[in-house]
Design a protein around this ligand. Structure first.
Ligand code: COI
Length: 326
């Protein structure tokens, strides 16, 4: 069977592609380029394509359908970058690639700790031999109520870790999970916003939760609340967040994702202008730690992403149940 991989990364994905293609008997075609209307023709003759976090809009989906693509298999969990509705209308199946939830959970905890211990300021001051104390007093995790929005696999792993730190944990999700109830108390959205000292987002982006944290939501939060987002940028209305940072409503933020990042992150723009104002504006606040969607990025996750994306194609080809189908 044949799979075509877009955005193929030689420096880290190649050994895993080699290993799993051999194991699954897959003939691989690839390009390091992201998929576009201009290079869609490369997928001709391949019923399965594997992609990363790159925009695949209706026009591109239609082009892939015309070329005979039967499945778009994501080497990641989220699928909000793909016009899934149009793909399904055209009979193209969509698959994702779950990976170890520890990678994002570890990074989330790191952002939490860095935010409440003012690590950005400490490191910046150190660079200038400024070893003073005012303005960098921290808080302790065990004294905080942490609100976890989204209790899927990653949210649950974060909750497990928070339990270890001794935090009081509140949880919000449309679907409650019994395992979570050992460590956290489910509450409604209003309560989690009002009672949490720190909020962390772990939900997929959907039409329903776009700008879940909008002006109204920020108004309900405690003064000085800490916001952590390792999920998707558009879950937060960034203009509302900027105002909340300016007013002190948000006391610190650790953001691995930002609105309008698709096509921007994971590329080098140092010699050009970036078309995203949120990035420089957020970076301008010394209580914001902004990273470029790297929470997932570990040896284990890259292996899982390649394997599960290929496995999704393999399952479809062999008529096997595909647990990764969206
Ligand atoms: C996902 O798996 O949904 C991610 O956000 C990781 C992606 C940037 C590769």
């Amino acid at each position: 069977m044949k799979v075509f991989a877009y955005s193929y990364r030689k420096f880290d994905e190649a050994p895993y592609f080699e290993k799993y293609c051999k194991e699954l008997g897959i003939e691989l075609g690839y390009t390091e380029e992201d998929p576009t209307l201009e290079n869609a023709h490369l997928a001709a003759g391949y019923p399965y394509i594997s992609i990363l976090l790159t925009r695949v809009d209706a026009a591109l989906v239609e082009e892939f359908a015309r070329l005979g693509v039967k499945m778009i298999s994501n080497r990641l969990i989220g699928v909000d970058h793909v016009d899934v509705k149009r793909a399904k209308e055209l009979g193209i199946r969509i698959s994702n690639a779950p990976y170890s939830s520890n990678c994002v959970a570890d990074y989330t905890l790191m952002l939490m700790l860095m935010s409440i211990r003012r690590m950005r300021q400490i490191l910046r001051r150190n660079e200038m031999n400024d070893f003073t104390l005012p303005g960098i007093q921290g808080m302790e995790m065990a004294n905080l109520t942490v609100g976890v929005l989204g209790t899927g696999k990653i949210g649950r792993t974060v909750i497990r870790d928070l339990h270890g730190f001794g935090s009081r944990v509140l949880a919000y999700d449309l679907y409650e999970n019994d395992e979570v109830k050992q460590y956290a108390t489910y509450v409604d959205l209003d309560t989690i916003l009002r009672q949490s000292d720190m909020l962390t987002l772990h939900m997929p982006l959907t039409d329903e939760n776009f700008h879940l944290l909008d002006r109204e939501a920020f108004a309900k939060m405690k003064d000085g609340v800490v916001l952590i987002n390792t999920a998707r940028g558009p879950l937060v209305d960034t203009n509302a967040l900027l105002d909340a940072l300016e007013s002190g409503k948000v006391g610190a933020a650790g953001l691995d994702v930002v609105e309008d990042e698709v096509g921007l992150y994971h590329h080098d723009w140092k010699n050009t202008v970036i078309h995203n104002r949120f990035i420089p504006l957020l970076r301008g606040f010394n209580n914001v730690i902004l990273t470029s969607h790297k929470a997932y990025y570990t040896d284990q996750s890259v292996s899982d992403m390649v394997r599960n994306s290929l496995l999704g194609c393999y399952n479809a080809e062999h008529g096997l149940p595909n647990p990764f189908e969206v």
